[in-house]
Structure formats: structure tokens, C-alpha cells
Design a protein around this ligand. Structure first.
Ligand SMILES: Cc1cc2nc3c(=O)[nH]c(=O)nc-3n(C[C@H](O)[C@H](O)[C@H](O)COP(=O)(O)OP(=O)(O)OC[C@H]3O[C@@H](n4cnc5c(N)ncnc54)[C@H](O)[C@@H]3O)c2cc1C
Length: 339
């Protein structure tokens, strides 16, 4: 017997967005996540103005703003030679997004609200459950997942389990990219000097660092460096990050009196993508489908939008009378996603 119509592995932005779309349409949705929320996620924590449209449709926007999230006017990128390019969301180009400002908020706060919205819309959410593999029928069609001690059956299984997705790997769809191989170190500081209303990206010859106000007196700092430096990092992440910042004459004075407020978390290498985002009985969304380089700052938007898009096609797949038609809807999702 099926445990749910749709089983979503992962309750991050992609899984929660999809769960909201499907639960609102009356589908029986079960989200399982290995973590317990609120949980941290290594991220520079910046959302472009268009992401606010998706947060609003989930019922999350006002809740996120009420936590004291920072509103960003735009982004400044500093090149290794000191040249700065500044882009404002509202400028003479005439384009206006859903909001005039972007948002910057700790993932611990954002993702907790998103998963709670999924619950509010009627999805079941089970935390602390790690999916280890897939269950299939005699024809090889996915019909559930396995955990350490059970099998959970569903008509449709979704891999929204982020980087190194177990669902994508078990489907044989995951491909590690050889380039660029990078690692990230992410933390929050209080007391950083001159943090304004723009997100900052400082590009250096040996990596780049994103810096932004995330509200409530904290600044997120996300450093990305080549993976070959992993040995230096593993001994002392916090020391490595601090030394990297203090070695930049334009950053050192701003961090001279700053204090680290959260542990330094590391992630990577993170360049990966899937050959396609569906298989019979299953689909992938968010980072599980493909990863956006952190430099773009669009991973959360893409995950939220991917969830919304997959929701439309999953409804079509679930209402299909034959497996062939159901799979065709999933293939159409993949085509729409790439477009
Ligand atoms: C250094 C860095 C900086 C970034 N900065 C930005 C930024 O500023 N702005 C931006 O928009 N994007 C940024 N991104 C990208 C962004 O973090 C991701 O694109 C986004 O989190 C993808 O959401 P998701 O829901 O697909 O995956 P995730 O947010 O990773 O969620 C996946 C969920 O699946 C769960 N899970 C994983 N495996 C299992 C399993 N086996 N069983 C059960 N549950 C499982 C996890 O616990 C997690 O909750 C950054 C990424 C990195 C690495």
C-alpha cells in the first residue's frame, strides 16, 4: 500500500515549494528529511527580488520579513584589481521585479519557515529520516524509498535532497563535474564594519567571498576557494577563513573588531548536475537536478521555482491513466525546467 501519493526526499526550498504546490491541490504529500529543523545550510543566504514572489505564494514572505531579514538594494562585485561593478535592483534599466529589494536571511530561519508552510498547506513532514535508496517494482519503475529500517511506498518519488542527492545517484543520473572543483566555508560575524544595503562579492585570484547583512546584527560570510586547499582548511576552518580575510587590505580593517557568531561550516566540492531530471516514477528538483554556482546567488530562487514548476507537471503525471502518459508529463517537466 502507498504511504502517500507523492514522497519528497528533502524539505529544503525545492522540496517545501513543491510540497506547498501539491498539498494545496489536494494531493497527499509526505516530505522526509534527514535533518531536524531548524537546521543550518552552508549558503550566502541572499535571495533576488523575484524569489519573494515564490515566498509570497507559499505564505512565507511576511513571516520571513517579520524575522528581521535584511532588505538588499542590489549587489556590488569587486574585481581583483579593485574595480567595482554595482548593480541596483531598481535602476534606469526600467525592469521591476516582484519587489524592489532582495532579501537576505539566515537559512536556519528561512528553511524552518518554508517547511512549516508545507505543513500548513497540508503536507506531512517527517524529520530525522535518512533515505538510503529507492524501491522499484518488477519493471524497474520507482515506487518508493528505503530508509535505514523501512520502505516507504509512493506513486511518485521526488529527489529534492540537494547536492550529492541520493535519489539522483541511485537513479544513475548524477554526474560530478570535473570543473570547477571548489570548497566553501560559511559563517556569521557580528560587528563587521561598513556593511551597507548591498550584498558584496569580492573576487580575488585565489577565490571569492560573499558578504551581506542578514539582519539582527549579523553578517554572513561565504568564502569559496579551490578544492586543492582542503588540507589547509581541514585542520582549522575558522583560522583559515580569518587569515584569508585578514590578508586582504580592503577587508582586514572591516573585520578587525568583528566577532564570529556561528561555527564555520564547510561544503564541497559542489559542481554537479544530473543527466536528466526524471526517471519512470521519479523526478529531481533543486540542487539534486543541477547546481548553480554560488556566485550567481540564484540557487534558492531556482529551487523554489523548480518546485513550483514540477508541481504543475506532477499533477498532470498523477492524473494520467497510464504509466506511459505519466512519464511523458515528467519528461515535459524536464524540458520546461531546462527552458
Ligand atoms: C557556499 C554556497 C553559497 C550559496 N549562496 C547562495 C546564495 O547566496 N543565494 C542563493 O540563492 N543560493 C545560494 N547557494 C545555493 C543554495 O544554497 C542551493 O541552491 C539551495 O539550498 C538548493 O535548495 P534545495 O532545496 O535543492 O537543497 P537543500 O537546501 O540542500 O535541501 C536539501 C534537503 O534534503 C535533505 N536531505 C539530503 N539528503 C537526504 C537524505 N538522504 N534523506 C533525507 N533527507 C535528505 C537535507 O537535509 C536538506 O534539508 C549557495 C550554495 C553554496 C554551497
Amino acid at each position: 500500500m502507498n504511504d502517500a501519493d507523492v514522497l519528497i526526499v528533502g524539505g529544503g526550498p525545492a522540496g517545501s515549494s513543491l510540497a506547498c504546490t501539491l498539498a494545496r491541490a489536494g494531493i497527499d504529500v509526505h516530505v522526509v528529511d534527514r535533518a531536524r529543523f531548524p537546521r543550518a545550510k552552508p549558503c550566502a543566504e541572499y535571495l533576488s527580488p523575484e524569489a519573494s514572489r515564490l515566498l509570497a505564494s507559499m505564505g512565507a514572505l511576511e513571516r520571513v520579513e517579520a524575522t528581521g531579514a535584511a532588505a538588499l538594494a542590489g549587489v556590488r562585485v569587486r574585481a581583483p584589481n579593485g574595480a567595482v561593478i554595482a548593480g541596483d535592483f531598481v535602476a534606469s534599466h526600467g525592469f521591476r521585479g516582484f519587489r524592489d529589494r532582495g532579501l537576505s536571511v539566515r537559512r536556519e530561519i528561512l528553511d524552518d519557515i518554508l517547511v512549516d508552510c508545507a505543513r500548513t498547506h497540508g503536507a506531512r513532514v517527517t524529520e530525522g529520516v535518512r533515505v538510503t535508496g529507492l524501491a522499484t517494482d518488477t519493471k524497474g519503475r520507482v515506487n518508493g524509498v528505503t530508509t535505514l529500517d523501512s520502505t516507504i511506498k509512493a506513486r511518485l518519488v521526488i529527489g529534492a535532497d540537494g547536492l550529492r542527492s541520493v535519489v539522483a545517484r541511485r537513479l544513475g543520473l548524477a554526474r560530478a563535474q570535473r570543473w570547477p572543483r571548489r570548497l566553501a566555508l560559511v559563517t556569521h560575524y557580528s560587528g563587521v564594519g561598513d556593511v551597507g544595503e548591498h550584498g558584496e562579492m569580492h573576487v580575488e585570484r585565489d577565490g571569492y567571498v560573499g558578504i551581506a547583512d542578514v539582519g539582527n546584527g549579523l553578517t554572513t560570510v561565504a568564502l569559496v576557494v579551490p578544492a586543492r586547499r582542503s588540507n589547509e582548511i581541514s585542520g582549522d576552518r575558522a583560522g583559515f577563513l580569518h587569515a584569508w580575510l585578514m590578508a586582504r587590505p580592503h577587508l582586514a580593517p572591516r573585520f578587525a573588531r568583528a566577532e564570529r557568531a556561528t561555527p564555520v561550516v564547510a561544503t564541497g566540492p559542489f559542481a554537479s548536475h544530473s543527466r536528466r531530471a526524471w526517471a519512470p516514477g521519479a523526478a529531481l528538483v533543486g540542487d539534486a537536478a543541477d547546481f548553480f554556482d554560488p556566485f550567481t546567488g540564484e540557487g534558492i530562487y531556482a529551487a523554489l521555482r523548480g518546485g513550483e514548476l514540477l508541481g504543475e507537471w506532477a499533477l498532470e503525471s498523477l492524473s494520467a491513466k497510464t504509466e506511459r502518459v505519466a512519464d511523458k508529463a515528467l519528461a515535459s517537466y524536464d524540458a520546461a525546467r531546462r527552458k
